[in-house]
Structure formats: structure tokens, C-alpha cells
Design a protein around this ligand. Sequence first.
Ligand code: PHE
Length: 478
Amino acid sequence: MADFPDNGRKMTKDNGIPMATRRTSVHGEWSSRFAFILAATGSAVGLGNIWRFPYLTGENGGGAFVLVYMLCVLGIGVPIMMAEIMLGRRGRQSPINTMRTLAQEEGRSPSWQYLGWMGMTAGFLILSFYSVVAGWTLAYVFRTASGVFTGATADGVQSIFSSLIADPERLLAWHTFFMVMTTMVVSRGVKSGLEQAVRFLMPALFLLLLLMVGYAMNTGAYDQAIDYLFKPDFSKVTGQVVLSAMGQAFFSLSLGMGAIMIYGSYLSHTASITRMTFIIALMDTSVALLAGLAIFPLVFAYGLQPQGGPGLIFMTLPIAFGQMPGGAVFGSAFFLLLVFAAWTSSISLMEPIVTWLVENKRMTRVKASTLAGGAIWLFGIGSLLSFNLWSEYKLFNKTFFDLTDYVTSNVMLPLGGLLIAVFAVWRMSAESSRSELGLSDGFGYRVWRFLVRYLAPVAIILVLIQVTGILAWVTGRS
Ligand code: PHE
């Protein structure tokens, strides 16, 4: 690495972990392991769980999608998350520089840095539309508080949502507001504010979701929802369903683009990566399932379409808020927590870009985040207009928003994950990975190595190969 030649390398023996190359991050370290878990969970839990998971489940036919999604989380997501944290902790820089340094250390091609470049691009693209949807959520904090949903019918709630997304100016105001919020935190350095925010946010979000599930259980079509979510109809498993489920596993766990890698780079050398990964994956999956359990009973009770698309939560939850006592307060608290959850995720989407600008372009954090935030904001306008002025402009039958979401989640993140897996076990020596993971050469390490060496790459390649087929199918149809 040219800019930080030694980057604080120390050759020490650290808590029984064999002697290995130790670096320290110029961007600092988490105050504790718990802080890392909080931040990584903050990154993972977000709109992906509460907005994206339910609507994709609805679009992909329910239980079969949920099952494939959970298999992807366990078989592909968990082992790759371990690999990604491990690479981050060993490299201790922005993903691009981490990959360059590690490749050099293992005697591999410097081209591995392009993995970091792809991740940075994916983060840029994801945040551009993520911020637009976070903007809808912000709008709903105030809308719900105003009491417009009190006693509203399903049709009424639907038309309120349609009128919001039809208005580009209002969307622009919210999108701008959210990007400013994100840029502000990133410019101050993610560690100080983030740890505090997530500590309070995660339990509160969990609690509110549980209450929503309780409400839906008592008033909605609960049995039907359980069947829909957990009784897979295997005739519904198509290539498209598997691809979306795998993409959702990557999206929801924040994998494949360097967010978890950069958070891993602030992690102390003594923490157990395996245990942390399981905790993060468990929390992330529970939040997604709880969101499904809160939303689908309402969908069926009110005769709505599960295939409602990206507006699904905005067209279902407000019905419940409109019916329950104190719903205006409760509902706006719910959307507020969702804004916080989206905020902690968007910070991690921007962090790899900002650290790279700071390391390589010698910018201050403030300048780097302002630049990145501004560019992402501008690009996001394309997604914002996809719901109104540009809704007719389509490529492969997809709007600007659909296409950005599709390419990042279903292609770039899995491809990033694939390359992380390949590097971690085919390009890095077993000794390096074992010492960095802090595992002995036992059963756990072997299972990990098998999954990352064979299962995950083969599964990802097989699913990705279908993309070409799907694109042909889509263009043939349109
Ligand atoms: N995991 C986040 C969510 O579920 C989104 C995200 C994707 C964040 C990729 C970082 C990287 O909302």
C-alpha cells in the first residue's frame, strides 16, 4: 500500500493468537466487541428487513422464497460474512486498500483491489435508491402522526401512498433530508454517534415489531399468513425466486460490498469472529421474519395483494395504525425507528467510499463525505423519478429504480461475495485465515473452509449463470 506503507504494523503475540502480521486502523477501533456487534447489526438491520423482505416475499410467492432465503443466509451468508470480517480485520483499511495489501502479502495479483472498487460502486448505487425509500419512511413519520390514517380504509391508505410517490418535489425534499442526515454522521466518524444510537435503537425496534406482530396476531388473518410464510409451495421455486432470495440474503446481511469488511477493520484482534457473525445473522433474520409476521396478516385480512411491490409496508401497516387505539403515536414511533434503522445502514454504505477518499486522496472526512453524499444524492434523483415522471422509461422492462436495485442486489453483491470467498480460501494461505479467525484446525474451521471453498462459490455461480437466461426471458417478454 503506497500511502500507508507500514500502517502501524506490529509483530506481537496477542492473547494466544499465533504471531501474525498486526496492523492498526488509521480510522480507529471500536470501543468494545459489543460496539462492533451493535454497529454491524445496525448495518444489517434496515429497510432490507422491514421494507424489502416482505415485498419480495410477496412478489415471489411466499414460503418457498422464505425457505430459500434462510438457506442462503445459513449456507452462503454466514460463512462469507466470517470471511469478509476476517479480511477487513487483517487489512485494516478501506476495502480497496485492504484487498491490495492482502493480495501483496499473499503474493497475489494487485487486481484483487478491483473487488474493493466494485464494492464501493455497489455501495454508491444502493445508497442512491435506499435514501429515496428512507425518504418515504421519513414522510410517514409525520403523516402517521397527523392522524390521517385514523379509520382509513385499505383504499384510502393506498391512495395516500400513491399521491406521495407521484410528487417528485416532496420526494426530493425527503431524499435530500435523509442524505444530509447520513452525510453528517459519516463526516464526524462513524464510531462515536453510531454506537450510542444503535444501543438504544435495536431493542426499541425489536419491541415495537413484537407489539405489531401481537396486534396482527389478534386482529389479522394470522393462520393464513403463517401458512403463506412457512408452508413452501415448491412449484413456485423458479430461477428468479432463487436469485431474488440469494440477492436478499446478501442485501440484508450487508455482504459483498465492503461494509462489513470496513467494520471488521475497526475490530480488535481478540474478538471471536464466528460468534459475532452468528449473533448478527440471527438478529437480522429475526427482524425480517418479525416484519413478515406483522405485515402479512394485515395483507390477507384486508384483501390486499401480497404482490403489492415496493409500497407494500406503506400500504399495509398504516391500516393497522389507523385502527388501533393510540395508533397515530405508535405508528409514527414505528416509522421513526425505521428511519433510524435505515440511517445506521446507510452510514455503512457510505463508509467504504469515504475511508478510501481519506486514505488515497488525502481528503478530510468532512470533505470526503460531502463529496460522496452529494454525488449519491444526485444519482438518487433517477430512482426518485422512477415513481413518477420517468415511470415509463424502462430498460429490460425495469425502471431506473428497479434496475439499480436488481443489478446491485442480484449481481454485484453476490459477485462481490464470490470473490471474497475465492480470495479467502483459494488465494490466502490456510494458516493466515485460521490465525485471523482465531480458530484451531478443528471441526468448525473445516466446516467454514468447506462452505467458503466449495458450497458458496458453486451455489453463487449456478444462481448467477441464470441471470443471463432471465434477462433473455425478460427482453423476450417485453
Ligand atoms: N443491510 C441493509 C438493510 O438490510 C442494507 C445494506 C446493504 C447495508 C448492503 C450495507 C450494505 O437495510
